[in-house]
Design a protein around this ligand. Structure first.
Ligand SMILES: *[C@@H]1O[C@H](CO)[C@@H](O)[C@H](O)[C@H]1NC(C)=O
Length: 273
């Protein structure tokens, strides 16, 4: 009897672990600039027996608490937050874009899926959307630059890109070298815009400020920016030191020869007289 119960229990545990359970896969938190949109990467799982109930009749709702629906994919006009379901619910993709986010929308949200033969609120996974007044500063990697002259340098600038239709534009303070831009994905499937600047460090860069600016265009057409910078510390390597040494020697010899010439002139005068 006890053994049968154990088998049953293990069977259940295995079933929930292996065969799926009610769950959404969403980021824990997303920061978005006020007046911008946010695209929530989202997918969901249901217990195995319910898979066939997920069909074309399904709609996605985003709720901030059990009573409050802020977005309903079947009812785009009267939503508190305007937006668009981007994913295909029959493929359990609930990715959603919410537009024109405002500071008062800074809350935790969870997904609800409603179909003819299925209804479920995924309250165990919540997404915190933080709406900020200022754009985040981009990240420079490495954050300091101390290299020898002649070294090939790669600086990476990255900035979160929560609104896929308006990714930030990244610009460098001066066109030092080759620039390669790309949109990359974090582990939680949020996006980040990156720009890699590659150049060969030269004496001319020493003490120069290199900065990366992220310009966020908002949905009303205005834009806001933030930047991060570092000061290049380019040191003289052996060849450069040798060169300096030779130049100094050269100057000393030149001075010496002038002295010798002048000395010989005065010597001649002494002899002549
Ligand atoms: C830039 O970002 C930092 C935090 O990342 C913030 O404290 C600062 O106010 C921002 N500056 C501007 C000009 O938006």
């Amino acid at each position: 009897m006890a053994a049968a119960l154990t088998v049953l229990l293990i069977g259940c545990l295995l079933q929930t672990a292996l065969c799926g359970q009610f769950k959404t896969i969403i980021p824990k938190t997303i920061e978005v600039l006020s007046g911008s949109c946010v695209t929530i990467p989202c997918s969901f799982h249901v217990e195995t027996g319910f898979n066939s109930n997920i069909d074309e009749t399904c709609r996605a709702l985003w709720k901030s608490d059990l009573q409050t629906v802020v977005f309903d994919s079947s009812n785009s006009q009267s939503n508190t937050i305007q937006g668009e379901l981007k994913g295909d619910l029959t493929r359990k993709d609930c990715s959603t874009t919410l537009n024109n986010m405002r500071p008062e929308h800074s809350k935790e949200y969870f997904l609800r899926v409603e179909c003819n033969n299925f209804r479920h609120s995924f309250v165990d996974q919540k997404l915190h959307i933080a709406v900020t007044d200022v754009p985040p500063s981009p990240t420079l990697t490495p954050s300091t630059l101390k290299v020898e002259e002649g070294t090939s340098v790669s600086l990476k600038c990255s900035a979160p890109a929560p609104c896929l239709s308006h990714p930030p534009a990244l610009t460098w303070s001066s066109s030092l070298g080759h620039i390669q831009e790309s949109l990359q994905e974090n582990q939680d499937r949020t996006k980040v815009q990156t720009s890699v600047l590659t150049f060969t460090a030269s004496r001319l860069h020493h003490g120069k400020e290199i900065s990366c600016t992220a310009v966020y265009k908002k949905q009303d057409g205005s834009s806001q920016s933030n930047s991060t910078s570092l000061t290049a510390d380019i040191s003289c390597e052996l060849i450069c030191l040798l060169l300096k040494f030779i130049i100094i020697l050269h100057i000393i010899f030149d001075l010496l020869s002038v002295f010798i010439y002048l000395f010989s002139l005065s010597l001649n005068e002494v002899i002549d007289s």
